[in-house]
Design a protein around this ligand. Structure first.
Ligand SMILES: Nc1ncnc2c1ncn2[C@@H]1O[C@H](COP(=O)(O)OP(=O)(O)O)[C@@H](O)[C@H]1O
Ligand SMILES: O=c1[nH]cc([C@@H]2O[C@H](COP(=O)(O)O)[C@@H](O)[C@H]2O)c(=O)[nH]1
Length: 300
């Protein structure tokens, strides 16, 4: 087997796009026009998860839609440079590479727009390598890990929930944003999916608000989610599987960044389970890794 044909440890399905982030040290509001810095970084939830899994020593493969434009070439090149397998990405002739734009002031995120239209329009084409025999087929489906993000349309998520292509996979699912959290309702009732959500997203999925991660995880599984992991910032997180609830408290840290905390938690949890850690130990390691990340260091 040559290097290019390296078998992935996990398929990351969802958004691979460019994040364009404008940051200013001034406090901002709607209509502000202030000096600051504008950066462009690889982003999209599936890309963020893939990058973090890579930091934990895993080899992820991307399943996504990326345009055959300059932005797409650069994005695929950057992902490959970071160690992500990009051979299975659907490169569209007519759809542009997606992007996400956010404005952050001294007073936090002012607003963001996610333009994931190409991913949405490409639909099932992004899954072709799972059906044409490259990574699997209906008769011999992919039987490893899958990290799925909630940027896919609700219809495609509903197809995935019943598709024979995913019947043997260990499906780990993350919402794309609180605004898209409800799309994950398509996976309620799936026999083996694990959902990774924060407390707000747990509430959105259950059309209520929860006081603790424990309540959120319990309610999600009672509604038909196979396994739920719910985080709550610096407060205890919970995992519920078959009515059995585990909780653990993240260590106290000085917070210097929060964007990406949930992705770090999910990637560290998946990596810990691949290494054979039992449930409580995997939960604790993931909480430690995410706390280390928010404190400004790079966990591994
Ligand atoms: N203030 C904090 N102190 C310690 N750990 C934190 C803090 N905020 C986040 N974390 C870590 O990041 C994880 C995910 O954070 P959370 O805010 O719940 O998710 P999201 O980033 O998805 O909103 C937490 O479970 C914890 O491990
Ligand atoms: O509808 C979406 N919103 C946000 C993201 C991604 O999520 C990250 C920022 O989200 P947060 O601030 O919640 O960490 C960015 O990388 C962005 O590309 C996405 O894929 N889809």
């Amino acid at each position: 087997m040559n290097f290019r044909m390296k078998q992935p440890d996990i398929l990351c399905i969802g958004s691979f796009l460019w994040d364009i982030i404008g940051r200013s040290s001034s406090s901002m509001r709607a209509g502000s026009d202030v000096p600051g810095r504008i950066t462009r970084l690889p982003g999209g939830v599936a890309m963020n998860i893939a990058m973090t899994l890579n930091n934990f020593g895993l080899t992820p493969a991307a399943l996504s839609a990326v345009g055959r434009d300059l932005e797409g070439d650069e994005l695929v090149g950057e992902a490959a440079r970071l160690g992500i397998i990009t051979d299975y990405v659907y490169r569209s002739e007519d759809l542009p590479t997606d992007s996400y734009m956010a404005i952050e002031g001294a007073n936090g995120l002012i607003a963001a727009i996610a333009d994931a239209h190409s991913l949405e329009q490409a639909g099932t084409k992004i899954l072709r390598p799972m059906s044409d025999g490259t990574l699997g087929s209906e008769t011999t489906p992919w039987s490893g890990l899958v990290a799925l993000d909630g940027n896919l349309t609700r219809d495609l998520l509903a197809d995935i929930a019943t598709s024979p292509l995913f019947a043997a996979s260990d499906l780990r699912v993350a919402p794309a944003s609180p605004g898209k959290a409800e799309r994950l309702l398509a996976l309620v009732g799936h026999p083996s999916a694990t959902l990774y959500v924060n407390l707000e997203e747990a509430g959105l999925l259950c059309q209520t608000t929860f006081k603790t991660a424990q309540d959120g995880a319990k309610a999600l599984t009672e509604r038909g989610v196979h396994r739920a992991l719910v985080t709550d910032g610096g407060n205890p997180a919970a995992e519920c599987l078959n009515g059995d609830i585990l909780t653990a408290q993240p260590p106290e840290v000085l917070v210097t960044r929060v964007t990406g905390a949930g992705d770090t938690f999910m990637a560290a949890h998946i990596a810990s389970e691949i290494q054979g850690m039992p449930r409580q130990a995997a939960l604790e390691r993931a909480l430690n890794a995410a706390a280390t990340y928010v404190s400004g260091e790079t966990p591994s």
